[in-house]
Design a binder for this molecule. Sequence first.
Ligand SMILES: [Zn+2]
Length: 264
Amino acid sequence: MELRIVAMLALAAITLSAAYAAPPKKKKLLLVSHTAGFRHDEGIAAGEKTLTEIGQVSGVFTLEMCRNADDVKRMLTPEYLNAGKFDGVIFNNTTGDLGIPDLKAFLDWIKGGKAFIGMHAATDTYHGNADYLDLIGDEFLTHGAQCTIEPLVQDAKHPATAQWEKGTKILEEVYIFKHNDRSKVRVLLYLDKNPNDGRPVANQPGDCLIAWCKAHGKGKVFYTAFGHRADVWGNEVVRRHMLGGIRWALGNAKGSAVPGPARP
Ligand SMILES: [Zn+2]
């Protein structure tokens, strides 16, 4: 065969294989919204709708719902999660002691290399449980009246914040955390003053974390305090933030999980 024809055929084969390359495999997440304490009806409903849409439009993940105490007992076990080939879980506005049959086994499942994503009241869950707090990174303390905040981006290279539009203002119920410990988590979004009384950094709690990520063994944890109000779930900037964080936790996008930095 003439060399020129061989070269043309080889080129055609490369072009074809590129065109037919399989898209990245869709990931599967369990969306948990059981509450054993305060129930965020609005945030839970808006979260299910938004996360379903984000998964469909992006093509990144599909969801299965885990909505009540019976679902938790049946689904939040390594056996169920492995059998269903789940890549991780999202805790959407969970509260209190969820009744996970073997919490340590579940946390070990995450540690083995799965994604854990927490929205809003996920930090109002399993209070005082050191193992769960070690997973999620901080604990809800209190909140004041809903107010408008302008979050500051700490890590502009992270997929959760790379597309955050500077100056975005959001009306939300803003959580104040117990520790705001920057040595435990990688800060993605924060406020340099208390959202409700405007106290500056020098006065605690002036450094208010809003979103962060961290490693948990081989697993990846992404948490955002957004998710109380339905219109926050509908905010395009917040939706991109959530999708970026989910893609990172699933290993579909790269970003650092090194704790810090120290308070600016
Ligand atoms: Zn709330």
